[in-house]
Design a protein around this ligand. Structure first.
Ligand SMILES: Nc1ncnc2c1ncn2[C@@H]1O[C@H](COP(=O)(O)OP(=O)(O)OP(=O)(O)O)[C@@H](O)[C@H]1O
Length: 245
């Protein structure tokens, strides 16, 4: 495995009316080319950690060292897709590429390609309000993939979807990840679902309640697609639950 980034002695506090709230307490982690999941209870600081990795928030102390010496290209998928309502699905993806300076035709061709990868061929010319929640999240994913990220950051991407849609999308993200059709070297995903973490991850870091420290790191060395009913899956589930509780 190739090391991509090292989180070194990272702490984060926020100022509030009642004083300082410490959210992250001295976390150090190495992330390799892997599907890496950050698991922890609500409010422990998972999203904050993801935002700091992305460079959109700053740590109070500590830092992140990128192996290449500079931050890689990130793609983001958040829990709630933030699509622009008055432009089509195709334009919602292409706009990101046009903003990067890619010419209109090329941006639209590329947007079509990524919409097809996420199973939305034929929906290019519809508007976001015409889509189901799952389809909107697919557009979000197409948009994140279209920038050809080296690291895809996902913050609870399935938690606002119905169970069946969430399960389909999990399978598709795994397919995309395993097929190497994109230059993605790692996926870093935040969740509070133990089941989802074990289903998807190569490794899971389990955080404690706020201020979050590392409780444990678990390797999920199971072949894919994973069978949730297998004794091996259940064994890891028991182990992870023993660390979260
Ligand atoms: N900009 C901010 N200013 C003040 N407090 C903040 C800010 N961002 C986050 N927090 C606080 O930091 C804590 C951690 O928030 P964060 O969203 O990182 O947690 P989380 O583990 O992702 O939670 P959840 O699973 O519920 O989404 C929370 O108590 C939150 O209120």
């Amino acid at each position: 495995m190739n090391l991509l980034l090292s989180i070194k002695n990272l702490s984060k506090s926020f100022k509030s009316n009642s004083g300082e709230i410490k959210v992250i307490d001295n976390i150090s982690l190495d992330i390799y080319n892997e599907f890496f999941v950050i698991l922890g209870p609500s409010g422990c600081g998972k999203s904050t950690l993801l935002r700091i990795i992305a460079g959109v928030d700053k740590p109070t102390s500590g830092n992140i060292i990128f192996q290449t010496g500079k931050p890689p290209r990130f793609g983001f998928v958040f829990q709630f897709p933030s699509l622009i309502p008055w432009i089509t699905v195709l334009e919602n993806v292409a706009i990101v590429l046009k903003n990067m300076g890619i010419p209109k035709n090329e941006a639209e061709e590329s947007a079509k390609k990524y919409l097809s990868i996420v199973g939305l061929s034929g929906f290019e010319n519809v508007y976001p309000y015409e889509l189901s929640g799952g389809m909107r999240q697919r557009v979000n994913l197409a948009r994140a993939l279209s920038v050809q990220p080296e690291i895809l950051l996902m913050d609870e991407p399935f938690s606002n979807l119905d169970p069946l849609t969430a399960e389909n999308l999990r399978a598709e993200i795994l397919d995309i990840w395993l097929s190497n059709i994109t230059p993605m070297k790692a996926i870093i995903m935040v969740t509070h679902s133990v089941d989802e973490a074990i289903f998807l991850a190569d490794r899971i870091v389990i955080l404690t309640p706020r201020p979050s420290k590392i409780s444990n790191i678990v390797n999920v060395d199971l072949p894919r697609p994973r069978n949730r009913r297998s004794p091996e899956f259940e064994k890891i589930e028991d182990l992870v639950y023993s660390y979260v509780s």
